[in-house]
Ligand binder design. Structure first.
Ligand SMILES: Nc1ncnc2c1ncn2[C@@H]1O[C@H](COP(=O)(O)OP(=O)(O)O)[C@@H](O)[C@H]1O
Ligand SMILES: [Mg+2]
Length: 281
């Protein structure tokens, strides 16, 4: 157990509300190794972002706890950088300045101005944004904004990188490019990553393990899948890879057979029930 770098133990989360509130998470237990790339996958609304926000320290679990590098998490900190689905750049600052503000805050006391500048430029180069340093967020595309958000997160040298559907708002091609970039950067830097996704291919392509969540309320971890594919990974070659397709199949079967979303009964006539559902009902 002590080998875990990031660990969630017995995490429960109930949001306040009538009738005892809304029990979203129940007994989440997960150990992540240093340098591991973990994806959390599950149906919309099951509680994935809630897990990530608890790890980020933005939400406090109702019970249970999170440990990162032997220290209990109880507030947000620079050791856990978050990238959200929709970029969170400051609109009045340029691309460069958006990274600078984070770097100055964290390294202002420990690195010289010239060192910080080099570091900002290095991280923006890593995500291929060197050509747009002086542009404002309103002057760049959605994919470019996500790149800057990722550069800003990496520039903080976080112990853990938390990605909440970071590619979710992008078109398919931009998404593929940025996934490849994050895969490359992660293999260079060896970051520990927890990524939320609802995209099965993205989960398999990028992860060392895929953590599958059951549907809420009281969602928990239903299954954890190892992705024993060597790196570097090539999305085109993988399309015909047996192991890749097996992993995909496991996740699809979890999501669409074991955790199938059942429509509210009022939305259907009883004749539309399949035999299996009737047996359950
Ligand atoms: N701050 C909050 N207060 C009350 N309920 C919340 C809050 N945040 C999320 N929820 C509820 O928790 C559940 C899980 O939400 P979320 O973690 O965002 O799901 P996911 O990211 O898997 O789509 C939803 O039912 C949502 O309405
Ligand atoms: Mg979410």
């Amino acid at each position: 157990m002590s080998k875990a770098y990031l660990s969630l133990s017995r995490v429960d989360m109930t949001f306040a509300g009538p009738n005892g509130g809304n029990p979203v998470l129940k007994n989440i237990n997960l150990d992540v190794r240093r340098g591991e790339y973990i994806s959390l996958i599950g149906h919309s609304g099951c509680g994935k972002s809630t897990v990530l926000n608890i790890v980020a320290g933005l939400l406090e679990a109702t019970s249970g706890g999170v440990i990162v590098d032997n220290r209990e998490v109880n507030a947000p900190g620079p050791d856990r950088a978050v990238v959200f689905q929709n970029h969170s750049l400051l609109p009045w600052l340029t691309v460069y300045q958006n990274v600078e503000i984070a770097v100055d805050k964290i390294f202002g006391g420990s690195r010289s101005k010239a060192e910080r500048k080099d570091w900002i430029l290095h991280n923006l180069a890593m995500v291929n944004m060197s050509h747009a340093l002086d542009r404002l967020p309103s002057q760049i595309s959605g994919g470019m904004k996500q790149r800057v958000g990722i550069a800003r997160a990496l520039a903080m040298e976080p112990k853990v990188l938390l990605l909440d559907e970071p590619f979710g708002a992008l078109d398919a091609l931009t998404r593929a490019h940025l996934q490849d970039e994050v895969i490359r950067i992660q293999s260079e830097l060896g970051n520990t990553v927890m990524m939320i996704t609802h995209d099965v291919d993205e989960a398999v392509l990028m992860s060392d393990r895929v953590v599958m969540m059951t549907n809420g309320p009281s969602a928990t971890i239903g299954q954890v899948l190892d992705v024993p594919l060597p790196r570097p990974r090539n999305r085109i070659a993988l399309a015909e890879d047996h192991t890749y397709n097996h992993c995909r199949q496991e996740i699809l079967s979890f999501l669409y057979e074991k955790q199938r979303k059942v429509e509210p009964i009022s939305a259907r006539t009883s004749s539309s029930f399949t035999r299996k559902e009737k047996a359950v009902a």
